[in-house]
Design a binder for this molecule. Structure first.
Ligand SMILES: NC(=O)c1ccc[n+]([C@@H]2O[C@H](COP(=O)([O-])OP(=O)(O)OC[C@H]3O[C@@H](n4cnc5c(N)ncnc54)[C@H](O)[C@@H]3O)[C@@H](O)[C@H]2O)c1
Length: 372
């Protein structure tokens, strides 16, 4: 029996090619694992009306970890139009499988390390090493949304909220409401995860990102909770910044920051910004981590225009595999994989188009594997 069961979820477009690359390096490391394919993505929406079929959900209940490529998502009406004729008009609504996965398996930590590997021509500045902790299940991603707005909700909000009076006379189909829901528990556990990480890896500071001066209820709760949690980690400095200012400061003085923690949407924004500072979509790796399951992925999407061309940079996905190895406790293999990847980047002989080269996706994987 292999030591680990890994769900293997390629998804769509370049997700398939990137995962193929990651598999080459994992096989080379001889990880004692069984890789079990899971169906996910656009094809399953079109054919079955579910991009994240029940059999894949069941698979994820029985594995140690998962590697996920990328999926194609489309707006509700475009998604409905591509359904198989027999499924049309049945009230099926497309929902992003990755958002569902995060909520269903309570993968509450979105961990996004952003490191500038020496010699990467895409680095904004050499030496950057930022780590973003994004809350992954709440906030504006809670899925509580209304469009059109039902009359009962309009009535309730009119009775409870003075600022709502500006909207209360609008017809329900002239506005929409998306709820930002943050809990004390959800805020506490993501902030604690950030501080625990800082303590474990000797990081000096955690920066809490919010907009509590304007979004007072939800971000206020997040920030107040963060301040309480910080008291348990006296050796680690804490500061905070509004999300808007944060994007400026990150570009201006990126070396002032170390570990960043934020509610879901702000975390999404700053992690993309940080990823861009260390090479962009070809370098952004991510772990969706819960207490029982963790799913690792590149942060890029399916890039349909490059699908099937083996042009994409697989380094984000290879680094996601490194994160998975660390999470499984295979830290020596994780370190070896990171060192090999860093060596390929530094040498600069094998590069995909985004790094100014002409190599193919699997050339990079083979180059990394050859260093292992
Ligand atoms: N987690 C996910 O699965 C995920 C994330 C983002 C977008 N999406 C979906 O992916 C589809 C395409 O979205 P998009 O075009 O906005 O974003 P995308 O990340 O797929 O690609 C945008 C562009 O970035 C570049 N790029 C992306 N990954 C790259 C890589 N590894 N190497 C080199 N260049 C790379 C390409 O030029 C590409 O056209 C949409 O359907 C979107 O909903 C999925």
């Amino acid at each position: 029996m292999p030591k680990y069961k890994i769900a293997w979820l390629p998804g769509d477009g370049i997700g398939i090619e990137a995962l193929e690359a990651a598999r080459i390096v994992l096989e080379r490391l001889a990880l004692d694992a069984e890789y079990i394919h899971g169906d996910i993505g656009w094809q399953f929406w079109c054919q079955e009306g579910d991009a994240f079929p029940a059999r894949t959900i069941d698979l994820l209940k029985h594995v140690d970890a998962a590697m996920f490529g990328a999926i194609t998502s489309k707006p509700v009406k475009a998604a409905e139009a591509e359904l198989a004729p027999a499924l049309k008009g049945k009230g099926l609504t497309y929902r992003s499988p990755i958002v569902r996965m995060r909520q269903l398996f309570d993968l509450y930590i979105c961990l996004r390390p952003c490191k500038a590997y020496p010699g990467n021509p895409l680095n904004f500045k050499e030496g950057l090493d930022l780590v973003v902790f994004r809350e992954n299940t709440e906030d504006l991603y809670s899925g509580v949304e209304f469009s059109p707005v039902p009359a009962e909700l309009c009535g309730t909000l009119s009775a409870l909220s003075k600022p709502f009076s500006v909207f209360s006379s609008l017809p329900g189909d002239e506005y929409a409401i998306s709820c930002k829901i943050n809990t004390r528990r959800g805020s506490e556990r993501i902030v604690r995860a950030a501080f625990d990480f800082a303590r474990k890896f000797g990081r000096k500071k955690v920066t809490v990102v919010h907009k509590a001066n304007v979004v007072r209820a939800t971000d206020g709760l997040f920030f107040e909770t963060a301040k309480q949690v910080a008291k348990d980690y006296p050796e680690i400095a804490m500061d905070d910044a509004n999300i808007d200012a944060m994007t400026m400061w990150l570009l201006k003085n990126p070396f002032n920051y170390d570990v960043l923690v934020a509610p879901n949407l702000y975390g999404d924004i700053i992690s993309d910004l940080c990823a861009q500072m260390v090479g962009g979509l070809g370098f952004g790796c991510s772990g969706n981590i819960g207490t029982k399951l963790a799913v690792f992925e590149p942060t890029h999407g399916s890039a349909p225009k490059y699908a099937g061309q083996y042009k994409c940079n697989p380094i984000a996905t290879i680094l996601a595999a490194k994160m998975m190895l660390d999470w499984l406790g295979e830290t020596a293999k994780g370190q070896a994989l990171e060192d090999a990847t860093a060596a390929v980047i530094a040498e600069g002989r094998v590069r995909t188009y985004d790094m100014g080269g002409s190599n193919k996706t699997l050339d990079v994987a083979h180059a990394v594997a050859a260093k292992l």
